[in-house]
Design a protein around this ligand. Sequence first.
Ligand SMILES: [Fe+2]
Length: 291
Amino acid sequence: MGGRSFTVEPLPASFGARVSGVRLASLSDTDLAQVREAWFEFGLLIFPDQGLNRDEQVALARRFGPLVFDLLEISNTWPDGSVRPADDAVVRAFETNKYWHQDNTYQPVQALGAVFSALTVPPQGGETAFADLAAAWDALAPAEQRRLEGLTALHSVRLNPQNARKGEAGPEARLTDLQGGTAARRRPLLKIHPVTGRKCLAVGRHAYALEGWPQDSARALLDQLTEQACQPPRVWAHRWTAGDAVLWDNIRLAHRALPWDMSQPRVMWQSRIAGDPATEGSEAVDAELAG
Ligand SMILES: [Fe+2]
């Protein structure tokens, strides 16, 4: 397969690798192709010590495809760097990021992935955890796989009673409302990965109902599947160091932010890579508030 010019050390999990010996801000076309290949082979690539600036990060992300957005700062600080109070709307909006989810599944097109980098990290906590939903599918019993193959979930932030109860939605959700993406989206529980062809279990926080199912049983099954899926060896929590950059596969992996002492600043930049509407698109459905 033509040797790589950089070093890839697999993580002790069913996915993920740490990559060294490569400078993301100045990747050759050959290295870019090899990074892209490793991205889908491992699902998560961690690049320590990159220190990308805004322009470098956006330029890098664009080399992987069209973007959902160039660069979103995910931060609990004011522009002057001081920390926002705990009851600040932006801080409370981090609430939904604490749960396992995949980005943009409640929108017309699920994201393909993201470049995510750390500028300021708290001394403890604030890890980003990832879970391997391809390995989760493979771990299901064949009879369970056959049962799930026929099921379709509805995804929404606005209609999800778990969000509505709290009256809260993450920064992404607020963006969604601005973009008018308020219908529920149909997504089968079995997602075929558009690049690798692997079967992935499409669950997580944004799936709030199953078509044709009573809400209580749907909620119970969705919670059980997510809980079962996101267990070792299918999980990895990345402990950030300022200057790290990661590249993740948002179809194979779910992710969530682990808590930290919110009096400590945490500043991250995300550049989100768009999915292909032909494979990551979804149908809108007129759905009522469930629950
Ligand atoms: Fe997310």
